[in-house]
Design a protein around this ligand. Structure first.
Ligand SMILES: Cc1ncc(COP(=O)(O)O)c(C=O)c1O
Length: 391
């Protein structure tokens, strides 16, 4: 029999949730409260300027550079240097930036840089479900540390320390986290960065939602963290709501010698692929310059949907909407009378409403649902109304 690599031994049959979703879609339209593709959520993009930026004549020439074109990297450095969370930190140079096609690709480069096969990285739980795949494809193992909810979400630092073993190579942060919406707070960062320095671990922070403050604001970015070897990841997909452009970056920081050693090695990895296309690199300064206008539309949508959600929940003692510091998701704490998957399937089958069960994000128990706050407003309000009827 033909042998595929063991790392591809995935469960390829549909799970119950996706099977229910497929069946329901065949029956008719659903109200999808998981919509998170901003290009299909009714926002107004500056289409002409975007298309014009992509047709720059210089893009006809191929001049490969491992880290990415200097003009594009400078635009990313400017983004950080003007960011409110910089607060007196030293200036970031374009030399510290590596472009990639996505944060997913950035993770894979970093796992290649930092981990031998079977080494581990520590990831928060609950969090972004793609980590499992990103790690496994690179023969890296995941260990988790908990985020716990007690008047807001906090990093279980004692648990993080315990989870770090002899094969741990890096600690991952998601700032703000998807889906809990919790920013990493400055005091938490100090503890974690010191721990990483002492244990010679790298710190990787996924900051794709950094600019989407909701009920709190960001306190810091790991882009400015120089106590330990650190990497801040972001990109156009969330920052400028342009996931189709496939442009992201890693910002390398840390003690100078270590940072330079990491850069030299990362340069070879990046040079091996040269994966970012030229037109998008020339377009980057223009696409980044539009981010505030699209971010404002998204922030308005998030606020409106959150208000609708809170209005529907007023007086409903069975459900709690958890505080959202940032990002564009809301977590609902619901009675755990069945598994989240069963509940999500019932919502699809009986109410025609699509909502993510908490187990997609590895919540530690049952009783969590996750909705996207960038869902078009009418769908959101009607979907929430229908879903809440059952509680
Ligand atoms: C936390 C987090 N990181 C990264 C991404 C994806 O970024 P990219 O499109 O750059 O791979 C997502 C997308 O949902 C996300 O939620």
């Amino acid at each position: 029999m033909f042998m595929f690599a063991r790392r591809t031994d995935w469960q390829l049959t549909q799970n119950r949730y996706s099977a229910a979703l497929d069946r329901a879609r065949k029956r008719g339209p659903l109200l999808d409260l998981t919509a998170s593709n901003p290009t299909q959520c009714g926002f107004e993009y500056e289409s002409e300027a975007i298309l014009k930026a992509l047709s720059c004549p210089e893009a006809l020439l191929y001049e490969p550079q491992a880290q990415g074109l200097a003009s594009a990297r400078q635009a990313v450095a400017d983004y950080y240097n003007k960011h409110p969370v910089r607060a007196g930190a030293g200036e970031i140079s374009a030399e510290q930036i590596f472009l990639s096609t996505s944060t997913s690709e950035a993770y894979s480069f970093l796992f290649r840089l930092l981990c031998n096969p079977e080494d581990e990285v520590l990831v928060p739980r609950p969090s972004y479900p793609l980590f499992e795949f990103l790690a496994r494809i690179q023969d890296v193992k995941l260990a988790t540390y908990d985020l716990f909810h007690d008047h807001g979400w906090h990093v279980d630092f004692a648990g993080l320390k315990k989870a770090a073993g002899a094969r741990t190579r890096a600690v991952l942060l998601v700032n703000p986290n998807n889906p809990t919406g919790s920013f990493v707070h400055s005091a938490e960062l100090r503890q974690i960065a010191s721990f990483c320095r002492e244990r010679e671990l790298a710190l990787i922070s996924d900051e794709v939602f950094l600019d989407y403050a909701v009920e709190s604001s960001a306190e810091m970015s790991v882009a400015f963290e120089d106590e330990c070897l650190s990497f801040a990841l972001s990109g156009l997909s969330k920052l400028a709501a342009l996931p189709q452009m496939k442009l992201a970056w890693m910002m390398v920081n840390g003690p100078v010698k270590l940072r330079d050693a990491a850069r030299d090695r990362l340069e070879i990895i990046a040079d091996t692929y040269l994966s970012v296309n030229t037109p998008i690199q020339y377009a980057l300064p223009q696409l980044l310059s539009q981010r505030e206008r699209i971010q404002a539309q998204i922030a308005a949508r998030v606020r409106k949907n959150l208000m609708a959600l809170d209005t529907h929940l007023a007086g409903n003692k069975a459900i709690e909407r958890l505080h959202i510091e940032g990002g564009w998701y809301a977590v609902l704490r619901v009675p755990a009378t069945q598994t989240d998957e069963e509940l999500a399937i019932e919502l699809i089958d009986r109410d025609g409403v699509v909502i993510h069960p908490g187990h997609f994000y590895d919540f530690s128990g049952e009783g969590y649902l996750v909705v996207s706050l960038i869902t078009p407003e009418n769908d959101f309000a009607e979907g929430i109304r229908r879903a809440l009827r059952r509680f």
